[in-house]
Design a protein around this ligand. Structure first.
Ligand code: S3P
Length: 167
């Protein structure tokens, strides 16, 4: 296992709708750490909502801003970072996040994805898109992660279990 100390960031990666934001907040609260969400930072930094960035400037520009934001965020120490699902598409992002961070793949296999609002998700319009995206990205998430947290109905997320697997 990695040497975990108070300066190490915990970085949550995984698919959209896997719970990175929710779990990031929970973990930060439980460990009394600061929490940062890269998508929120991107919106603050660009003064635009994510769908607007995609619409006005395209995905490539979004990825550029995302990388700039990672460049700033990864310099923090001892915080919890929830990332956007596509952060793994740029290897430099991962290298930076790994410098002082433990990368945790939130692999959420629960299937109760009902009533999803896709309007603010520029890359996915339906459940089939999510399925295809997961098939493509799952190997990448697995490859870059230090720890994979599998969550399903029989194995729900708990901060205690999370703690055990990290420390
Ligand atoms: C993206 C996921 C989104 C957001 C953007 C692109 C992706 O974040 O960064 O729409 O490529 O998977 P969430 O994973 O928080 O939905």
């Amino acid at each position: 296992h990695h040497l975990i100390n108070q300066y190490i960031n915990l970085v949550l990666i995984g698919m959209p709708l896997s719970g990175k934001t929710t779990y990031g907040q929970l973990i930060a609260k439980a460990l009394n750490k600061k929490w940062i969400d890269t998508d929120i930072k991107i919106e603050e930094y660009s003064q635009l909502k994510i769908p607007q960035i995609f619409k006005l400037s395209g995905e490539e520009k979004f990825r550029e801003i995302e990388s700039q934001v990672i460049d700033l965020i990864h310099q923090n120490q001892g915080i919890i970072i929830s990332t956007g699902g596509g952060v793994i598409l740029n290897h430099t992002n991962i290298e930076k996040l790994k410098e002082n961070g433990l990368i945790i793949y939130i692999n959420n296999q629960t299937t109760n994805l009902n009533n999803i609002d896709f309007s603010h998700r520029p890359l996915i319009n339906n459940l089939d898109d999510i399925k295809k995206m997961k098939e493509k990205r799952d190997p990448i998430y697995k490859e870059v992660a230090d720890i994979e947290m599998i969550i399903d109905e029989s194995n729900p997320f708990s901060v205690e279990r999370f703690r055990d697997s990290v420390y």
